[in-house]
Design a protein around this ligand. Structure first.
Ligand code: M6R
Length: 631
């Protein structure tokens, strides 16, 4: 949520910052701005609206200079207006700061600043308060008489050191979360960054360095990155950087190679990232399984779990947690782990789990699922579990993300960057990985070699089957057109496909803004059937499985009330549905436990095509942002 880019080097900063913001726009897109220092003058351009608006502003009056900071915003405190757009300035207008996160005690800090005589606030944001506080502390340190306290001028820190110290002192007073970057017009070629709870990456280049909320902003310039830790403060210059902590201790760091390239984050010939990412699923599911299935031992090999066979055998209970789409993957994980490994498994909304006192047994394994690895609620749930002493695992896509780093072990999705706000390929990778975890835990218990082999075969067949399902895109487009004037849709499924009903409804809401609900099919008669009417289609996810005939009964109930029915089915399902469904979509027949990986794809396509039909901004739906780093 919110994207930050900073640059210090020998090139003009403006195009680099603007390019970085465009790549981070998925993190927030209600206002944007830059601050660039030229000589001893800081120039800012900022406005409400998309990065394109900022681009126009910068083209009209190009700011020059070789270091600066920039920001794309998802509003928390204060409406998305020109005034509230970042960067924000201190009281003197010489220090500019961008911020991702929430300063919870900003009002108390602001009251104190006002009491001290600082009334020069021009926005409603929490960020401006932090800019003022740092500026005030810096100015106070510069006002110190070099001769006082027995210190000589030489023994006092220089401007850079004083600015870093002012940042530390201010951050020690802050309650809340932050990823920040700031510049001061009196200190050439110098950026300070810091993080707590909001991601910040240092990109290390040749005679130039970068700061960014995530590496996609800077991968076109460098693939050498340092993922900063909470409470790190980094002082960045052209040819060096220094990491310390908010407490003032020297910091450790590790240089990592970004695993994808600039080409991987281009849209190519696709009109939207979402469509590109839907079509990447044969490869992303293959990559999620690559090197992780052993035909020899008829099981999965997941070394990243960092658990010995004895520890895996001792798992007596599993708690799966996440938010949004990741939570829906977790719900499938519950069915999978219970069916394949017979281990009691529960799913918890991360946002609820972290705040309640769930009874847990010592042998509980907590799995946090998150594409970004930065979702604040999921991270909160993970930290709470760790605090209480439970073993935690992360299933993340973003390498070196906070959840990945703070878990005891985990499995990376290797799905490649997911940029569309609507999660698609990360979902199918999560479900594939949860199947592998179910297989591994099952094979350590009762699951036979032949059952293990069947599961591996089913997983390995998926990429080709996904290719076949993607051929349904035109059919889904035709269905989307047919129903383009409806006000909403209902989604129903049973067992492994009940979470798909939820996921399909989420996709529909998120990118078409239509009312949509997902339910277990059998719940229809307990209330939802009251909604059924001729202009509200019901989508049934009903592959040819053990509960097919039960779904058939529910479809009849909808038909009897003149509700249109779209059915996603397999095998002989199409024949049996011919007379009662208005639209039938047939996917390959597969075992029930892998079917969600296929059934979800036509529904991703349905939401996509309907959103396009309705003229929505598919990749940047209103009010949303990709990575939700606020609570
Ligand atoms: O990065 P995460 O997987 O933790 O994100 C969790 C949710 O915010 C995310 O799945 C959200 O619901 C998607 N926009 C849904 O398409």
């Amino acid at each position: 949520m919110c994207g930050i880019v900073g640059y210090v080097g020998r090139s003009e900063a403006a195009p680099i910052l603007l390019d970085g913001l465009r790549r981070l726009e998925y993190r927030g897109y209600d206002s944007a701005g830059v601050a660039i220092v030229d000589g001893d003058k800081v120039e800012t351009r900022k406005c409400a609206g998309r990065i394109a608006e900022l681009g126009k502003l910068m083209a009209e009056r190009p700011p020059t200079g070789t270091f600066g900071i920039s920001h794309t915003r998802w509003a928390t405190h204060g409406k998305p207006t020109d005034q509230n757009a970042h960067p924000h300035f201190d009281a003197t207008g010489r220090l500019a700061l961008v911020h991702n996160g929430v300063i919870e005690n900003y009002q108390a800090l602001k009251d104190q600043l006002i009491r001290d005589g600082d009334r020069n606030f021009s926005s409603d944001t929490d960020t401006e308060v932090l800019a003022h506080l740092i500026g005030k502390l810096y100015d106070a340190s510069m006002a110190v008489d070099p001769g006082s306290n027995g210190k000589t001028k030489a023994s006092l820190p220089n401007k850079k050191g004083r600015l870093v110290e002012a940042v530390r002192t201010a951050l020690r007073q802050v309650i809340g979360t932050y990823g920040i970057a700031l510049v001061h017009q009196d200190i050439p070629d110098f950026i300070v960054g810091a993080r707590r709870g909001s991601p910040l990456v240092l990109g290390v280049g040749k005679d130039e360095n970068f700061l960014a909320s995530d590496v996609s902003a800077i991968v076109a310039y460098t693939r050498d990155a340092v993922y900063l830790n909470d409470f790190d403060v980094v002082a960045v210059e052209r040819d060096k950087f220094e990491i310390s902590s908010v407490a003032g201790e020297a910091g450790n760091y590790q240089l990592s190679k970004v695993e994808f390239t600039d080409a991987d984050i281009k849209k190519g010939d696709y009109p939207y990232y979402m469509l590109k990412e839907i079509f990447e699923q044969p490869g992303s599911v293959r990559d999620a399984m690559r090197g992780r299935l052993s035909h020899e031992e008829c099981t999965a090999k997941l070394g990243g779990l960092n658990m010995s066979p004895a520890q895996l055998r001792d798992v007596g209970r599993v708690v799966l947690t996440g938010c949004g789409t990741a939570l829906h993957a977790a719900m499938i994980g519950e069915y999978l782990i219970e069916q394949l490994a017979q281990i009691p498994t529960e799913v918890e909304y991360a946002s609820e789990f972290r705040h309640r006192n769930t009874p847990m047994t010592r042998d509980t394994l907590v799995l946090a699922i998150s594409q970004s690895g930065e979702t604040a609620d999921t991270l909160g749930a993970l930290r709470e579990s760790r605090r209480k002493g439970y073993r935690t695992l992360g299933i993340c896509n973003n390498v070196a993300s906070t959840i990945a780093r703070e878990s005891d072990g985990g499995v990376y999705m290797h799905a490649g960057p997911e940029i569309g706000v609507a999660a698609t390929k990360s979902f199918t990778s999560q479900v594939a990985i949860l199947t592998a975890i179910g297989l591994l835990l099952g094979r350590m218990r009762h699951l036979s070699t032949s059952e293990g082999t069947r599961i591996i075969d089913a997983l390995e067949a998926l990429p080709d089957q996904i290719e076949q399902v993607l051929k349904l895109s035109d059919q889904m487009k035709a269905i989307a057109r047919k129903y383009a004037s409806v006000n909403g849709m209902l989604f129903f499924g049973r067992q492994f496909n009940f979470p798909i009903a939820l996921e399909a409804a989420l996709k529909m809401k998120e990118i078409t803004y239509l009312f949509a609900e997902g339910h277990p099919s059998a719940e229809l008669k307990h209330g939802i059937i009251a909604l059924v009417r001729p202009d509200l289609p019901s989508v049934f996810i009903t592959p040819d499985d053990a509960v097919f005939s039960k779904n058939l009964n529910n479809i009849e109930q909808v038909r009897a009330r003149k509700g249109p029915v779209i059915a996603i089915t397999s095998g002989t399902g199409a024949d049996r549905l011919a007379k009662i469904a208005d639209d039938i979509v047939t996917i390959p027949a597969v075992p029930d436990y892998v079917s969600p990986i296929l059934t979800v794809i036509p529904l991703q396509l349905l939401a996509y095509h309907l959103a396009v039909e309705l003229g929505r901004d598919v990749d940047k739906p209103r009010n949303l942002a990709k990575s939700v780093t606020v609570e």
